[in-house]
Design a protein around this ligand. Structure first.
Ligand SMILES: *Cc1c(COP(=O)(O)O)cnc(C)c1O
Length: 424
């Protein structure tokens, strides 16, 4: 099946007489005829549901759809993108371990790693995604457990060189985790470029309508945990908290990572999304390919308009020829990148704030990447915890305006930007 078809059909195939749409199984628990039947589920010997904190059919249909879109072997949904990021790393690294992350990642991921996960005893090295091979090489340590990057950095729009980082990670026997939120599998499938695990904030384009917060993790099933067994005892030695199961043995490469994340992390930390939210997410996924097409077409027109406008000092959109990442974007995302553009207004921070006051179609919101055009000044909002040096390392300048181009008519969006720019 082509991707557009998977958006509609993957993950759930109704049997004779069953509902065409995925059923919302809004139930915490599931009934069994005998204790033996239930016991087999607890031992992970039989497949089935017993408690929604661990698994729920509605959630699983949607996770399977996203796994199919990414070309992975298994997926799990979480109640937020933050939970997906946390689980993806914490499933591999614990106290005393080390992780390498791109410095150009979502601000929330940066804080999670640099503050909260450091407090758990996990050390992080942030590398410039454009660093030299020597610098990247020097970041690895014997206790490094994974490398983390973002396909299209939010909001700097740095296109991550997935292939290069995958090679470096694999040379050191560790997997590459990619946050693919902005590109979505419609525009980029990181697993095809060597990534081992893919995460999403489904809150963005996947839901696409400002309706639900959610996250997802997809495993490629390609990373050979046993080839690096000493680094990943959590996957290759018995889990005493779960009936002595060795995940990589019992579930193979295809299922080990996600089963461990479910059986340990979801069991203990419980960031499960509600089945109803998963149903809404599925509605968004059905139109994802069509919407991404429109987001990219609109953003291209808006970026070209901004570039030609006298009040605009610079425009950053990887779809513009001449952009620092144009060539790389053509390689990884030949059909388009995303709907998010960043730009600066002549007159810096003050002019940026003035410009935003006059917008009528584009709304000021912390959110990005959905149907409604919205706009944000990160230095005074989402990224305000970061120092100027940290901002610079993440590619965010104090005058940066982040514009998330929606799927309204491009002419209405451009007319709105034009009248606000004319007020300067
Ligand atoms: C929003 C976002 C997140 C966090 O997701 P939430 O659903 O808000 O928890 C992670 N990564 C990227 C790239 C994001 O844009």
């Amino acid at each position: 099946m082509k991707l557009e078809t998977k958006c509609i059909q993957a993950g759930y195939t109704p049997k004779n007489g069953e509902s065409r749409m995925i059923p919302i199984v809004q139930s915490t628990t599931f009934k069994y005829d005998t204790s033996e039947d239930m016991g087999k589920l607890f031992d992970l010997e039989a497949e089935g549901y017993f408690y929604t904190r661990l698994q729920n059919p509605t959630n699983d249909y949607v996770a399977a759809k996203i796994a199919a879109l990414e070309g992975g072997t298994a997926g799990m949904l979480t109640s937020s993108g933050q939970a997906a990021t946390f689980y993806s790393v914490f499933n591999l690294a614990g106290c005393g371990d080390h992780v390498i992350a791109s410095s150009a990642i979502y601000g929330g991921s940066y804080n999670l790693f640099n503050v909260t996960m450091r407090r758990m005893g996990i050390d992080f090295t942030f590398v410039d995604p454009e660093c030299s091979d020597e610098e990247l090489e020097a970041a690895f340590r014997p206790n490094t457990k994974c490398v983390f990057g973002e396909t299209l950095a939010n909001p700097a729009l740095i296109v991550f060189d997935i292939e290069r980082f995958a090679k470096a990670a694999h040379a050191h026997g560790v997997p590459l985790i990619i946050d693919n939120t902005f590109a979505t599998p419609v525009n980029c499938r990181p697993i095809e470029w060597g990534a081992d695990i893919v995460t999403h904030s489904t809150t963005k384009y996947m839901d696409g309508h400002d309706a639900t917060v959610g996250g997802c993790i997809v495993d490629s099933g390609k990373f050979d945990w046993f080839a690096h067994a000493d680094k990943f005892p959590g996957l290759t030695t018995p889990d005493e908290s779960y009936h002595g199961i060795t995940y990589a043995e019992r579930f193979g490469l295809a299922g080990a990572f996600i089963t461990k994340a479910t059986a340990q992390l979801m069991r203990d930390l419980g960031s499960i999304p509600s089945p109803f939210n998963c149903y809404i997410l599925n509605l968004g996924l059905e139109s994802l390919a069509v919407r991404m097409d429109r987001h990219c077409a609109n953003a291209q027109k808006v970026a070209e308009f901004l570039q030609a406008n006298e009040h605009v000092s610079w425009v950053n959109y990887p779809g513009l020829p001449g952009n620092r990442f144009y060539e790389r974007a053509q390689k990884y995302m030949p059909n388009g990148t995303c709907g998010v553009i960043s730009f600066g207004v002549k007159g810096g921070r003050k002019a940026a704030e003035e410009f935003m006051k006059h917008l009528k179609v584009a709304m000021i919101a912390t959110h990005v990447a959905d149907a409604h055009t919205c706009v944000l000044h990160p230095a005074s909002s989402t990224h305000r915890q970061m120092s100027d040096a940290e901002l610079a390392a993440g590619g965010v300048s104090p005058d940066l305006i982040r514009l998330s181009v929606g799927i309204e008519h491009a002419e209405d969006i451009i007319a709105d930007l034009e009248q606000a720019l004319n007020c300067l």
